[in-house]
Design a protein around this ligand. Structure first.
Ligand SMILES: [Zn+2]
Ligand SMILES: [Zn+2]
Length: 103
């Protein structure tokens, strides 16, 4: 058991969805790619240097320090600037409490 809860460096919340941005980016590329291949290619994961007590991704076991909420918010904002229809579709699939914050 780790004594320290891992917090997101961006929002300082405890990370509750331990999926790293690299893995999320992979899933997002697939969804966005159904609509727009060019936009999909621009989605890249955020890699962070490992530090002690970091949360580890349940998918790939890499350490992570950015929560799914912050990462998907970034991508959502990027998509909504480029294509609101894709942004809508995106938030339907990757709603990590984004709606609560944006609506
Ligand atoms: Zn966060
Ligand atoms: Zn991962």
């Amino acid at each position: 058991m780790k004594s320290l809860a891992s917090r997101c460096f961006a929002c300082d919340e405890v990370i509750t969805n331990p999926i790293c941005s690299q893995c999320l980016a992979g899933q997002m590329k697939v969804v966005v790619g159904e609509y727009d291949q060019k936009l999909a290619r621009r989605i890249v994961g955020f890699s962070s240097p490992a530090s002690e007590g970091d949360m580890v991704c349940i998918n790939c076991s890499q350490s992570m320090s950015l929560c799914a909420h912050c990462f998907s918010k970034d991508i959502y904002e990027y998509l909504s600037e480029n294509n609101t229809q894709i942004a809508e579709e995106f938030i339907n699939r990757f709603d990590f409490d984004l709606r609560q914050e944006l609506m």
